[in-house]
Design a protein around this ligand. Structure first.
Ligand code: FES
Length: 317
């Protein structure tokens, strides 16, 4: 855990604040790679993940952008209303679950709204590497678009294509056309709201892009109806112990209470931190982190949110 100072808090668009985080003693922060996020631990006990959006070469600061979500469960609202310049925050070291592919010949970054944050760090890094890339940034209106000034000033500004939904000029992203021809050496990176992601990922799949070349990061979990959830058992392969998972609790919660450690971060199926191997039984996947192919192989699952289709799952724990 790192204790960081909020060195600067700025409003960067309607409902979006950026926070510049530094070490109070002025020392360098742990290095990070483009696409990484940190867990921010708020005083209420709520933990939220925010992507680092500054250039990864910068070691004196981390920059995060936070959209105030009207249906906030306490994270973004606290960041906007409680956290001020000069405050101290506790954060994790950066972790990257959305990395750039090192040997990609071309990179297509597609951001929707606040999804610009990890892709901004990627653009900085790809520009530094002299890589072949393009950043498409879709937003409702310029008032709602964070970091437009920074993008306009950036050395890679010529590689940025803005898609302003409010513009009278036709600038809406035509994802079908953009993705119509899969590029054997190309990689797509997508981040944004759920509906936006579904659309872009659907266009890529329909055009025949291999899943291994399509990378995405969800911010929030897809809604699920827990009404039909049933209890099931999990067995730990190493000890043979069996735990009953009630309909209204997660595998993670039950095991954590029993002192069995599973690493977690988002606790809603979007980050992949808790992925656990499944040795027997069929998971009922509820996460948005793994690919369809990974889901179909049924040999791992996310115990923070996923459940079971069979009466028992045997876990590699
Ligand atoms: S903790 Fe993030 S997917 Fe489980």
């Amino acid at each position: 855990m790192l204790q960081v100072l909020v060195n600067r808090k700025s409003t960067v668009a309607d409902g979006i604040c950026s926070f510049e985080l530094c070490l109070a003693n002025g020392e360098l922060l742990p290095a990070f790679t483009a696409g990484a996020h940190v867990d921010v631990h708020l005083p209420s006990g709520v933990v939220r993940q925010y992507s680092l959006c500054n250039a990864p070469q910068e070691r004196h600061r981390y920059l995060i952008g936070v959209l105030k979500d009207p249906s906030s469960r306490g994270g973004s609202q606290a960041m906007h209303e409680w956290v001020q310049q000069g405050h101290t925050l506790h954060i994790s070291e950066p972790r990257n679950l959305f990395p750039l592919v090192g040997d990609g010949a071309r990179h297509l970054l597609i951001a929707g709204g606040i999804g610009i944050t990890p892709l901004l760090a990627m653009a900085h890094e790809l520009a530094r590497q002299g890589a072949d890339f393009e950043l498409h940034y879709c937003f409702r209106s310029p008032d709602h678009a964070a970091f437009l000034d920074e993008l306009a000033r950036a050395a890679f500004a010529g590689r940025v294509v803005l898609h302003d939904d409010s513009s009278t000029e036709p600038s809406t992203l035509d994802a079908r056309a953009l993705l119509q021809t899969p590029d054997p050496g190309g990689h797509i990176y997508v981040c944004g709201p759920g509906g936006f992601m579904d659309y872009i990922l659907g266009c890529a799949a329909a055009a025949g892009w291999p899943q291994a070349q399509v990378h995405r990061e969800f911010f929030t979990a897809a809604p699920v109806d827990p009404g039909a959830d049933q209890a099931f058992d999990v067995q730990l392969a190493r000890s043979g112990k069996v735990f009953r998972i009630p309909a209204d609790r997660s595998v993670f919660e039950v095991l954590d209470e029993a002192g069995i450690h599973i690493e977690t971060s988002c606790e809603q199926g979007v980050c992949g931190a808790c992925i656990t191997r499944v040795l027997q039984g069929t998971p009922d996947h509820r996460d948005q982190f793994m690919t369809d192919a990974e889901h179909a192989s049924n040999d791992q699952f996310t115990p923070c949110c996923s459940r079971a289709k069979t009466p028992c799952l045997v876990l590699d724990l």
